[in-house]
Design a protein around this ligand. Structure first.
Ligand code: NAI
Ligand code: MG
Length: 502
């Protein structure tokens, strides 16, 4: 099931981080020590803006993964961490939050270069990451249990305890933020962690892990092993000594993660993306809606699990909305990450090809392109750019309306009335987020209740980084909840204690 070093050759991986024989820059963090992969192998990281290599990461194998899990186990059971109070854990997270902000510019620039996102977005992401640590720092000692009434001289109470060793496999689209929500919640609750970041973008995670080390977390509490998904990721997810697992990424790998969890009889949280609708009624405030709807698909070049990738428009508004969106889309420019344009490049050549494939399929199916932005003339040749594109009318059962493109591609679809809007909104396999735009308060509540999605926004979309708001999917978008207090509880098991006092 796992692939060893000799299975991987440069020519087998033409479109992504390539294995190079030697060279070392970024290393793993295992048991409080920074070290290269035991095999000495590395992966070359390519800058999405120009496709050129700019540093290397460790390409971990079985020895590295095993040592990271062993370190997390020892830290959970034997280190000072296991005796630390929740207040003390909160203080360490608070210190980490401060260190992230003290290194804000460096981290934002790193995130921007590594993922290709405009610097502005990198800054927003690092702000949210620090906020996750701050939020869970404050939450750590506010985890309460219940008392349960029982007859006959018994008193029952519940306490929430950490699972133990948690593995977390993180994608490349928001490395720092997703690390923030996992590390904040899992460590506040007293677990220990092994993180396997994405091979396509992971530098902010390594740097923040280093800051956690500086903040004073005991060794082995937070371990990071980088490497290929099908190698280090598969090894970690099937490791027999895990107590819980979290994954954010593709539905295909989500299936593998859940299978691996089943093999070890442990639970897992899966966040597998979406095809989130923005539902625009005839009585909506278009001036307020248009910029938000546009941003919800171009943010991070559409590589966002909660991207508003379907625009459901009430039929009588179609022409006016189209005219307004056309003006907006035609003004959008994709450019290198440090140009701070409307959007940056996609993360890898693979992702750019995937998005181009969806667009070609739509055009072959005769779906009209209604408007498109441009790629800056002087954007480097080797970069992975995609022009933001508006398609419509998109047949509701077409691939474009059903599958996650993960690129700056918006599908415009008309609806007749409320019932039709709900049917379309719920008519994909996903259910992550939805936006409802209407001036009718009663309707907004009816829609919010009828739409099958983990979050519903009324007359807005996304809010303050969402740190405090439970987040996760219905249907094929996954299961479990992250963020907010629910995200904290996700990393705990309830213990019931019953006292017989006669
Ligand atoms: P992916 O699911 O392959 O990668 C996500 C993470 O899983 C990475 O850390 C990767 O190393 C790891 N991984 C890959 N194969 C693995 C395996 N066999 N065992 C354990 N871990 C493994 O996603 P990919 O291929 O980068 O992107 C493909 C599509 O997935 C995107 O176009 C998008 O539609 C979706 N996606 C959704 C995300 C979300 O935020 N919900 C994030 C990333 C991708
Ligand atoms: Mg993949």
């Amino acid at each position: 099931m796992t692939h060893l070093s000799s299975d991987f050759q440069n020519e087998e991986l033409p479109n992504r981080a390539r294995i190079v024989a030697q060279g070392r820059a970024w290393t793993n963090l295992i048991d409080g020590k920074f070290e290269p992969a035991a095999s000495g192998r590395t992966l070359e990281m390519l800058c999405p803006s120009d496709g050129r290599p700019f540093c290397t990461i460790a390409c971990s194998g079985p020895e590295d993964v095993n040592r990271a899990v062993d370190a997390a186990r020892t830290a959970f059971e034997q280190s000072s961490w296991s005796k630390m109070t929740a207040t003390e854990r909160g203080r360490l997270l608070h210190r980490l939050s401060q260190l992230v902000m003290e290194n804000f510019e460096e981290l934002a620039a790193l995130e921007s270069r590594d993922t290709g996102k405009p610097l502005r977005q990198g800054e927003a992401d690092i702000t949210a990451t620090a906020r996750y640590f701050e939020y869970y720092a404050g939450a750590a000692d506010k985890v309460h249990g219940e008392t349960i009434p029982l007859p006959g001289g018994f008193t029952a109470l519940t306490v929430r305890e950490p699972y133990g060793v948690v593995a977390s496999i993180i994608p490349w689209n928001y490395p720092a933020q997703i690390m923030g929500r996992v590390v904040g919640a899992a460590l506040a609750m007293g677990n220990t962690l092994v993180i396997k970041p994405a091979e396509d973008a992971c530098l902010s995670i390594l740097r923040i892990a280093e800051l956690a080390h500086d903040a004073g977390f005991p060794k082995g509490v937070l371990n990071v092993v980088t490497g290929l998904g099908e190698e280090a990721g598969a090894l970690l997810s099937s490791h027999p000594d895990l107590d819980y697992m979290t994954f954010t990424g593709s539905p295909e790998v989500g299936t593998l993660i859940q299978r691996a969890a089943a093999g070890n009889h442990i639970g897992c949280t899966l966040e597998l993306g979406g095809k989130s609708p923005q539902i625009l009624f005839g009585d909506a405030d278009l001036d307020a809606a248009m910029p938000v709807i546009t941003n919800a698909i171009i943010q991070n070049a559409g590589q966002t699990c909660s991207a508003g990738s379907r625009l459901l428009v009430q039929q009588n508004l179609w022409d006016e909305v189209l005219e307004r969106l056309k003006t907006r889309f035609e003004a959008l420019i994709a450019d290198r990450h440090d140009a701070n344009a409307d959007l940056g490049p996609l993360v890898t050549r693979n992702q750019a090809e995937r998005v181009a494939g969806f667009m070609a399929l739509a055009e072959d199916a005769g779906i009209p392109v209604l408007a498109a932005g441009t790629i800056a003339e002087d954007a480097p040749q080797g970069g992975y750019y995609a022009a933001p594109t508006l398609f419509g009318p998109v047949p509701s059962q077409s691939v474009l309306a059903q599958e996650e493109v993960f690129g700056p591609v918006l599908s415009m679809i008309a609806f007749s009335d409320e019932e039709d809007a709900i049917k379309l909104a719920n008519g994909t396999p996903y259910g992550l987020v939805a936006g409802v735009w209407t001036g009718d308060a009663a309707r907004s509540m009816r829609l919010a209740r009828a739409v099958r999605a983990g979050q519903v926004y009324v007359n807005g979309y996304g809010a303050g980084g969402g740190v405090e708001l439970p987040f996760g999917g219905f249907k094929k978008s996954g299961h479990g909840r992250e963020k907010g207090f629910e995200g904290l509880y996700e990393f705990s098991a309830t213990k019931t204690i019953v006292l017989n006092h006669g």
